[in-house]
Design a binder for this molecule. Structure first.
Ligand code: AMP
Length: 564
């Protein structure tokens, strides 16, 4: 049975599969590889995922949502057409669509997948991804870090047997850097670093705000529909400015038209802070790997947002070489995930490639330390596993009671690099009962075990009694209980999805509606007329007629520019 690789992206998602001697990307019902990670709920509660939903971001902003990957691992919910969805459920709807597309493509059921996550995803975010997969009816064989997946796709193709290389991955919502070593068939991640709150979308938003400001407008005063429309137009402008040094930009607010010129060099200033934030993880990953730019033989760029020339120039400057991006940066992560799936199945064509990965952040417990003057320093982050340790890993440290006759020790588990425990991400808690004794006399060993999927188990053992408490970090507020998962599963299976043969027509209709909203006067009326003609043709239920009408409608819509 085929095992697929999935890149569940902030902006777009896609699936790939190892087929014969190479990777194939899985096309969706529209024949495209990238499925926008957008979900929309129609009035009859049918759920649209992908391109049709993306068009509805403009026309039906309260029924449509995007960029929910950024909410993964948080307790937030999103209301769509009166129904509440958790980020796990929204991601599940995207995964379910990719699964259905893969099944159609392969002609067999797909039940297992390797899903990529940003290297910098924390434990909560990883668990949320697993829940999403479960809700979509997929067993996650493994979560793979996105830059590691990209590195596999590049690594297995590289001729050179021995090299250090760096993968810089700037997607829609996250930024990851991995430093890798290739030695014969061993691909070893030496260090990862990143920023899970920095991506191409921030660059778009910065341009939106810059342009609005020039006209004394601001984001908060815009109506929801205006926001969706302007954001989308600026995203297109940003892509245009990747290939041109200037472009004219027109937009409408309150029926008034504004026009402005934007140049590539202006963007350098608009993005100065964001570009600075990109520098730090690159420097940190190199430092943690004990390497300098001159030790690196190749730099690979991954993720749609690395197409921005400003990002390429910055990386060329820091890494002192031109980065390569000969595999499509939108496809490479899914391809790597599919190769990893094939490696797990011991596919002969891939030989004996072995991959090792690292844990990208430090993990520890909050504790009090003697300050050397008879007092205590509270809230110290006592690190048990240092960042960039090769995984799987199991490490332990010992702690003792602080007060006389204390009968319990509470441990709070943190992830992060801050000296003060509370300034890091709190992952969970556990407590163990200790025999009453004088302070400092009852040692407890705390062991952290971190597996190759990036999931953490913590256990605390009282050495004198052998009493042990174990948690697979459970009590985070964003974690769904088994009952909640079952309820979400039931809710999701109730949602109607349109048959795949209707998807293309739905996307066309949604695009027509969006263009109708974006235009005025005669043009708007001509769009309305064409929508009506298309609707009438569909209503006849005559397949040939409907296909002809779809072709004509698409030709008509194409005069307004390409699809989103
Ligand atoms: P990904 O999550 O890898 O699909 O990346 C999506 C991000 O890439 C979005 O923020 C897009 O705006 C950005 N992007 C895609 N194409 C381009 C381009 N030609 N120039 C600049 N940014 C782009």
């Amino acid at each position: 049975m085929a095992h697929i690789g999935i890149d569940l992206g902030t902006t777009n998602s896609l699936a790939a599969v190892w087929h014969g001697n190479d990777v194939s990307l899985v096309p969706n019902a529209l024949g495209e590889f990238l499925t926008p990670s957008v979900v929309s709920v129609m009035d009859d509660q049918t759920v649209l995922v992908g391109r049709a939903a993306k068009e509805r971001l403009v026309t039906h902003p309260t029924a449509t949502t995007a960029r929910f990957k950024r909410l993964m691992g948080t307790p937030s919910t999103v209301a769509l057409n009166g129904k509440e969805f958790s980020p796990e459920e929204l991601s599940a709807l995207v995964l379910r669509q990719l699964k259905a597309d893969a099944e159609r493509f392969l002609g067999e059921p797909v039940t297992e997948a390797i899903i990529s996550v940003p290297a910098y995803f924390n434990d909560n975010q990883r668990n949320a991804t697993r829940v999403a997969a479960k809700l979509a009816g997929l067993k996650v064989e493994r979560l793979i870090n996105e830059p590691t997946a990209a590195a596999i796709a590049y690594g297995v193709r590289e001729e050179s047997d021995e090299m250090n290389f760096i993968v810089v991955d700037l997607g829609g919502g996250t930024f990851d850097v991995s430093v890798m070593e290739k030695f014969d068939d061993l691909l070893e991640v030496q260090a990862s670093a990143g920023d899970s709150e920095l991506g191409g979308e921030d660059f778009t938003q910065a341009v939106v705000e810059y342009i609005l400001q020039q006209h004394n407008l601001s984001w908060p005063i815009l109506a929801l529909q205006e926001r969706g429309r302007i954001y989308r137009q600026v995203d297109e402008l940003k892509a245009l400015l990747s290939d041109n040094d200037h472009a004219e930009f027109s937009f409408r607010v309150n029926e008034r038209e504004y026009t402005t010129q934007v140049t590539q060099s202006e963007l350098m200033d608009v993005w100065a802070n964001l570009l600075k934030r990109l520098t730090l993880p690159v420097e940190r990953a190199l430092r943690d790997a004990g390497l300098t730019p001159s030790d690196i033989s190749q730099a690979f760029m991954v993720g749609g947002a690395t197409r921005m020339p400003q990002v390429q120039q910055l990386m060329t400057r820091i890494l002192r070489r031109f980065p390569a991006c000969h595999i499509n940066p939108d496809h490479v992560v899914a391809m790597g995930a599919a190769i990893q799936a094939a490696l797990k199945q011991k596919n002969k064509a891939l030989g004996d490639v072995v991959l090792t990965d690292v844990m990208p952040f430090s993990l520890g417990v909050g504790c009090s330390n003697e300050d050397g003057q008879g007092g205590y320093l509270d809230d110290v982050h006592s690190i048990i596993i240092q960042r960039n340790t090769t995984i799987p890993v199991s490490r332990a440290s010992q702690y003792v009671t602080l007060s006389d006759y204390q009968d319990k020790i509470h441990f709070t588990v943190y992830q992060g690099e801050h000296r003060l425990a509370e300034q890091n991400i709190k992952l969970g808690k556990l407590s163990v009962p200790v025999p009453k004794a004088r302070a400092g006399q009852e040692p407890v060993e705390v062991r952290f075990t971190y597996d190759i999927n990036g999931l953490l188990e913590v256990n605390a053992k009282v050495l004198s009694t052998g009493v042990t408490e174990t948690v697979v970090i459970q009590n985070s507020e964003s974690r769904l209980s088994d009952d909640e998962v079952a309820a979400a599963l039931a809710r999701i299976s109730e949602l109607k999805i349109p048959p795949s043969e209707q998807e293309a027509n739905q996307a066309l209709m949604a695009r027509g509606e969006r263009l109708f909203m974006e235009h005025l006067g005669q043009v708007r009326m001509s769009i309305a007329r064409e929508i009506q003609l298309f609707e009438q043709a569909l209503a006849t239920q005559d397949r040939r007629l409907a296909e002809k009408a779809a072709r004509e409608f698409e030709d008509f819509l194409n005069q307004f520019g390409t699809v989103l």
